[in-house]
Write a protein that binds this ligand. Structure first.
Ligand SMILES: Nc1ncnc2c1ncn2[C@@H]1O[C@H](COP(=O)(O)OP(=O)(O)OP(=O)(O)O)[C@@H](O)[C@H]1O
Ligand SMILES: [Mg+2]
Length: 263
């Protein structure tokens, strides 16, 4: 009997009639926040899709919440327990307005429309998105869509949350707000990211996909001094150039800050 929420043993993933990842051994325990690393095209998104039944697995065993998953109906039963935030927000959002999109999941789970709306608003507020609630979804910016996508999953309060590059395209303040919000969650998380700051602040364990295999990876932090040289962009009325005491609220635009990488 396993205490893991998810457990894969000897599972393979194929794509385009070729083996993409072989002999996957992976587990997720309650409260863990596992980061899934790997170069572009190694299969991170495909793996997350496979965990919720959106891509087939072959061979081995996949157990979720103590039950082996074999067919569509097995995956259907765990659908509300595992929430996936897609890499592409346009795959996630399909309702006319933001509030309808975020309330959609709670309504599906059986909440009354009124209660679902309250849950949706609460979730949006937690992410600092309350003002977007009545906006037309398809007219949101890329970063706004990403945050609303995350809200649609958080609103369903699943036991496990899978996030595919959650901070891509976010400005520094939205990025920090999201990281703080994710760090406060009690759910187990699996997330892919190329955002070193997110990994440093959130991950409890790392797994790397390399040469078509899962490799356990060691997370380590080391003191880091960011020595850099870059152009600063100032607004026209910002004629006095004094360094900001609070970089998060600075009007200075630092190109590297949206996706800081540790050297
Ligand atoms: N819809 C698709 N149809 C066919 N092949 C696909 C599709 N999506 C991805 N692939 C292929 O599957 C492989 C794995 O892609 P995947 O998107 O899972 O990689 P990834 O690790 O998430 O990459 P990235 O870091 O760029 O997001 C790649 O070779 C990719 O070209
Ligand atoms: Mg991907």
């Amino acid at each position: 009997m396993t205490s893991s929420l998810l457990e894969l043993q000897g599972v393979n993933i194929d794509r385009n009639n070729e083996r993409l990842i072989s002999d996957i051994n992976f587990h997720l325990n309650p409260g863990e926040r596992v980061t899934l690393l790997g170069a572009n095209g190694t299969g991170k998104s495909t793996f997350l899709d496979a965990l919720v039944g959106l891509h087939p697995l072959s061979g081995g065993d996949y157990t979720a919440f103590g039950k082996t998953l074999n067919n569509k109906s097995d995956f259907h039963q765990i659908r509300s327990k595992i929430g996936l935030v897609f890499q592409d927000s346009d795959d996630q959002l399909f309702c006319p307005s933001v509030i309808e999109d975020v309330a959609f999941g709670p309504i599906n789970l059986g909440h009354s429309p009124r209660h679902a709306r309250a849950i949706a608003l609460d979730t949006l507020n937690k992410l600092g998105l309350g003002e977007l609630s009545e906006r037309i979804t398809y007219k949101l910016s890329g970063g706004e869509k990403r945050l609303v996508s995350i809200a649609t999953v958080l609103a369903m309060d699943p036991d496990i949350i899978l996030l595919d590059e959650p901070t891509t395209g976010l400005d520094e303040s939205a990025r920090q707000r999201l990281i703080k919000c994710l760090a406060e969650l009690s759910q187990a998380l699996v997330f892919t990211s190329h955002d070193q700051d997110l990994i440093d602040q959130l991950a409890t364990r790392a797994v790397l996909i390399k040469n078509g295999s899962f490799v356990n990876s060691i997370l380590h932090q080391h003191p880091h001094v960011h020595v850099h040289s870059h152009k600063h962009v100032h607004s026209d009325d910002d004629l006095t150039h004094t360094p900001p005491s609070d970089p998060e609220h600075s009007s200075h635009y630092h190109p590297g800050d949206a996706n800081r990488q540790k050297s």
